[in-house]
Design a protein around this ligand. Structure first.
Ligand code: ZN
Length: 339
């Protein structure tokens, strides 16, 4: 009556290492040309119109006009006066000029979308992973408790088997001893019968214990299979997370590298070529970005130059997408108007 030892397997769980860092370099230079033909632009509103809009920007005419009007509004509400007027034949032509700057930005936007998707996926999987691990820990605990119980019962059973075997040996020796003497006395015979009954009862009990142990053994084996399946699932989830995180991280590197490679560049330009005024916009990430560029370049159309204050809209670099017109911008406007 040998009982099998249940093999204990080690639960190996892959260590998750996903750190996704997005470092976005977004310094863009806004370059203004000095306007030698500058004139007072404070009393008569500057008229502007849509010039050439390259369809590759994916911005509709209506959207473009509404953003220009929003830029106008920003200036006018800050200044408290009418300084711009949108006219179909306006003097300053506002153009969307498509080249590798915007096409690079489109590639970056695509990478960014992939990064966001990757992050969403890893977040979802990480939450699955956590719940699977919790489930695993709970099941492991139950399994271990039952396995300990099984071990105790098995030991008790082995002890009972040994006792039974010792009692049986004693009984057999007694029977042999009496047989050698040609038979037992009636009293001894009755004692032996009693002893035999006791032994039979012991054996019956042992068989019951054995069957209980076997059934517990089967239950434990089933649970262990379940546990191993769960471990495989946990590990597979971790593997998938690491794989997606790795791909996402490499996209983050691509993104950062592309940003670093192109460095600073012009996103918008106001020019006045012998009275022909235009604003060219070369690159923007989104509407807010485009609006910030329009406000800045329209400031140049008012005759304003740059300021050193980083938070001002007339600062030469677009550091964040702030579209706020600051006290510094207003002071600049005053200086521009009285010169
Ligand atoms: Zn500028």
């Amino acid at each position: 009556m040998t009982l099998k030892q249940i093999a204990r397997k080690l639960f190996l769980i892959a260590i998750l290492m996903f750190s996704i860092g997005v470092f976005v370099v977004r310094n863009r230079t806004l370059v203004a040309q000095n306007n030698p033909f500058s004139q007072y632009k404070c009393d008569i509103p500057v008229t502007y119109a849509v010039g050439t809009v390259d369809q590759r920007f994916g911005v509709s005419q209506e959207k473009f006009v509404s953003l220009m009007q929003e830029a106008e509004q920003k200036w006018e509400s800050a200044l408290g006066r009418d300084v711009f007027r949108f006219e179909s034949n306006g003097r300053v032509k506002v153009n969307l000029v498509f080249d590798d700057r915007q096409s690079t930005t489109e590639s970056l936007k695509k990478i960014m979308t992939d990064i966001d998707t990757g992050k969403e996926k890893t977040d979802q999987l990480a939450s699955n992973y956590e719940s699977l691990r919790t489930q695993l820990e709970q099941k492991k605990k139950v399994f271990e408790t039952q396995a300990t119980e099984y071990g105790k019962s098995a030991k008790a059973y082995e002890g009972a088997v040994q006792n039974y075997q010792a009692d049986l040996k004693k009984y057999s020796q007694e029977v042999e001893r009496w047989n050698a003497q040609g038979g037992a006395t009636e009293e001894a015979y009755n004692d032996l019968l009693k002893e035999k009954k006791k032994l039979d009862a012991q054996l019956k009990d042992l068989k019951k214990q054995e069957s209980d142990l076997l059934s517990l053994h089967n239950t434990l084996q089933k649970k262990q299979t379940e546990l191993n399946d769960l471990v495989a699932k946990v590990n597979a989830t971790a593997g998938t997370i690491n794989q997606i995180a790795g791909k996402t991280n490499s996209k983050v590197s691509d993104y950062n590298q592309t940003q670093e490679d192109r460095g600073e560049f012009e996103t918008g330009l106001y020019t006045n070529d012998r009275g022909t005024e235009s604003i060219d916009v070369f690159q923007f990430f989104d509407d807010q970005d485009l609006l910030a560029i329009l406000i800045h370049e329209m400031g140049h159309a008012l005759g304003m130059e740059h300021t050193e204050n980083q938070s001002a809209i007339m600062y030469p670099k677009l550091i964040n997408q702030s579209v706020a017109i600051t006290a510094d911008d207003l002071a600049l406007f005053q200086t521009t108007c009285v010169r």
